[in-house]
Write a protein that binds this ligand. Structure first.
Ligand code: TRP
Length: 76
C-alpha cells in the first residue's frame, strides 16, 4: 500500500528458517512477471519495500513474513 500524502510504501520483513528461501518480486502494472529473486539462507533477514516497480512478492520456503497486516509463518 502507498500512502498518497507521503508517497511511502509499506515495508515487509522476511526471516528465513532454512537455507535457500526465495523472495521473488513481481512487477507492478498490467504485466505481472518476476523481476528479482533473492535467496536467503537460514537466519538471514531481508527488509524490503513495495515500490513503484514491485506490487507483490512470492516467498518460497520456510520463513517468517512480517507485514503491517500481521505475521505469517509459511509452514502454518
Ligand atoms: N528494484 C526493486 C524495486 O525498486 C527492488 C525491490 C524492492 C525488490 N522491493 C523488492 C525486489 C521486493 C524484490 C522484492 O522495486
Amino acid at each position: 500500500m502507498e500512502d498518497k500524502q507521503s508517497g511511502f510504501h509499506d515495508f515487509f520483513v522476511i526471516k528465513a528458517k532454512e537455507n535457500g528461501v526465495n523472495v521473488i518480486g513481481l512487477t507492478r502494472g498490467t504485466d505481472t512477471r518476476f523481476h528479482h529473486t533473492e535467496k536467503l539462507d537460514k537466519g538471514e533477514v531481508m527488509l524490503a519495500q513495495f515500490t513503484e516497480h514491485t506490487s507483490a512478492i512470492k516467498v518460497r520456503g520456510k520463513a517468517i513474513i512480517q507485514t503491517r497486516h500481521g505475521v505469517i509463518d509459511t509452514e502454518e
